[in-house]
Write a protein that binds this ligand. Sequence first.
Ligand code: C2E
Ligand code: MG
Ligand code: MG
Ligand code: MG
Length: 285
Amino acid sequence: HGKRHRRGGVSVFDTNHSTQMQQDATIEIALRKADLERELSIMFQPIVDVTTGETVAFEALARWKSTHLGEVMPDQFIRIAERGGLINRLTVILLGKALAAAEEWPEDIHLSFNLSAHDLCSPDVMLQIIKLVSEANIDPRRIDLEITETALLHDINQVREAIRMLKFLGCSVSLDDFGTGYSSLSHIHALPFTKIKIDRSFVQAMNTNPASYKIIKSLLALSRDMGIDCVIEGVETEDEMRLLRQLGGNIVQGYYFSAPIHQDMIGAYLGACGLEPVRHHVLMS
Ligand code: C2E
Ligand code: MG
Ligand code: MG
Ligand code: MG
């Protein structure tokens, strides 16, 4: 809540802050008015096992084409939906769409879906998630639920219970954007995650900052020792891929392989994989 401080009649209201606040308010109003069933859609980004060259999963990434505002990216509208108490509705709509899409995929391909920590703390939404997953025509063991680390400042006991429930259902549960939160290590210590996703900031800095390289190396060793899976996010270049291979980072996701693609392109994408198992730039755009 922006308070106006006046000094000698001149407003010292932070204009950048105010612009951001106005933008957020505009987005929140548009979200409340939106026909979300129609305006929300999903893109799917491949997650690749580089030891075989095969795509093992697709991560569902929300897209919102607002009638009033045009295309809005999830980094913006998810945060605003969470703060405005709208995220639960979005989650249910998006999960329904993602599951419907994944039902069309080959049976060995997994679906990764981002949950908000707010979802885990709402018993009502948890029930709806469980209902959607168990009624979908897809083995829950093919579903991976990702929870962003920076959002985990919630009731840790409630989050733990929710993760247990999702695992009991058969899903795996990932700690997303690992390394960006306040207490990454205590999160994997206190919560029963089955996977971590190393944040792309470490990959981006790998060439210029030797510490990043060593951190990725240590995290790979840590996850191996703990017996949990590890995905490396945001791999963009050949150089990065070469370094990661040396480190034994086998499960990767990033523009180097493919940007998020439309559901209609998944068949073509998977077909192209069989022919050319290393890169699929043809389908990027
Ligand atoms: P995330 O879950 O960490 O998803 C990865 C983000 O990194 C995606 O951004 C993806 O497009 C982007 N990305 C993938 N590869 C690369 C790369 O090589 N380089 C770069 N620079 N970026 C790459 P996107 O789609 O804009 O989503 C942003 C965030 O919004 C997601 O981060 C996730 O936290 C959240 N989000 C997206 N969809 C949903 C959703 O359905 N529900 C919830 N709760 N959150 C979502
Ligand atoms: Mg994610
Ligand atoms: Mg991430
Ligand atoms: Mg993220």
